[in-house]
Design a protein around this ligand. Structure first.
Ligand SMILES: NC(=O)c1ccc[n+]([C@@H]2O[C@H](COP(=O)([O-])OP(=O)(O)OC[C@H]3O[C@@H](n4cnc5c(N)ncnc54)[C@H](OP(=O)(O)O)[C@@H]3O)[C@@H](O)[C@H]2O)c1
Length: 246
């Protein structure tokens, strides 16, 4: 029987590339808030008999997460791989105003932590034991920078490590990948210009920015059978950007 992989935020960018890669060996379920985006991605990824479907849900809302989990696990389906990729920087411009700062922190903490924690909790009973895989997408911002986005991604690290310890005896691995700058996604929205891309890419000593395929390769490895001894890790993927050029 075909394995099942769930990819939150699978309709665009990094999540879509992960879904594309996993669809070679899994039935893939894409999650996101925009029905039209998911419909297009589902159609485009369903080539050569690959099985891709989508469920529309705002993963910050418990009732929607509950409904999505019920839909995914209908008829007793087991989930082999859960990729917590949904997130983003929902307040990229820090403010001097206290009320605005409070609002920005709440938006980014809610928008990045809740989709991960709620979806994982809802799907936990359905994860394959042994052999299940949970991979969560963090960011280089969790290691540097003083934004609410970095704080939100950093909050996922101890959560993931703790869960890895709890689920180890069940044979489920739990890891985080923390990408540096990755082009070709909707993440930067209006901030993305050719000059912005050049500057961000130049931060990596390897001499280029990351691609969605770079991250998808790493996630596919962690989701695969060869990674059973890798758990509780936070793996950076940034072309050396964090260490700088020396
Ligand atoms: N691009 C980078 O340089 C970079 C670097 C480090 C980390 N990351 C992280 O990588 C992940 C993917 O980002 P990306 O670069 O691929 O940007 P993206 O194209 O904007 O992807 C984000 C995805 O998350 C979904 N999403 C956001 N909030 C959601 C919610 N509440 N419920 C359901 N789905 C939700 C979005 O779909 P809807 O809007 O339709 O819901 C979208 O498909 C994010 O966690 C991001 O923080 C990105």
């Amino acid at each position: 029987m075909r394995k099942v992989a769930v990819v939150s935020g699978g309709g665009t960018g990094i999540g879509r590339a992960i879904a594309d890669q996993l669809a070679a060996e899994h039935e893939v379920v894409l999650l996101g808030r925009r029905a039209e985006v998911l419909r297009e991605a589902t159609e485009e990824l369903s080539y050569d008999g690959r099985r891709v479907r989508s469920v529309v849900a705002d993963l910050c809302e418990p009732a929607e997460v509950r409904r999505a989990a019920e839909e995914i696990t209908a008829a007793g389906a087991t989930v082999d791989v859960l990729v917590n990729n949904a997130g983003g920087n929902f307040a990229p411009y820090p403010s001097d105003d206290l009320d605005t700062t409070r609002e920005q922190y709440l938006r980014n903490l809610g928008g990045n932590v809740l989709p991960v924690v709620l979806l994982t909790q809802a799907l936990l009973p359905a994860l394959r034991r042994p052999g299940g895989r949970i991979v969560t997408v963090s960011s280089i911002a969790a290691f540097r920078g003083n934004t609410s986005y970095g704080a939100a991604k950093a909050a996922l690290h101890p959560w993931s490590t703790e869960l890895a310890g709890q689920l180890a005896a069940d044979g489920i691995t739990v890891n985080v990948v923390a990408p540096g700058y990755i082009g070709g996604t909707d993440f930067f929205r209006e901030r993305m210009t050719p000059e912005f891309h050049r500057q961000r890419s130049a931060q990596a000593p390897v001499g280029r920015g990351g691609t969605v395929a770079d991250v998808a390769e790493l996630v596919a490895y962690l989701a695969g059978p060869g990674a059973g001894f890798v758990t509780g890790q936070i793996i950076q993927i940034n072309g050396g950007a964090l260490m700088g050029r020396g």
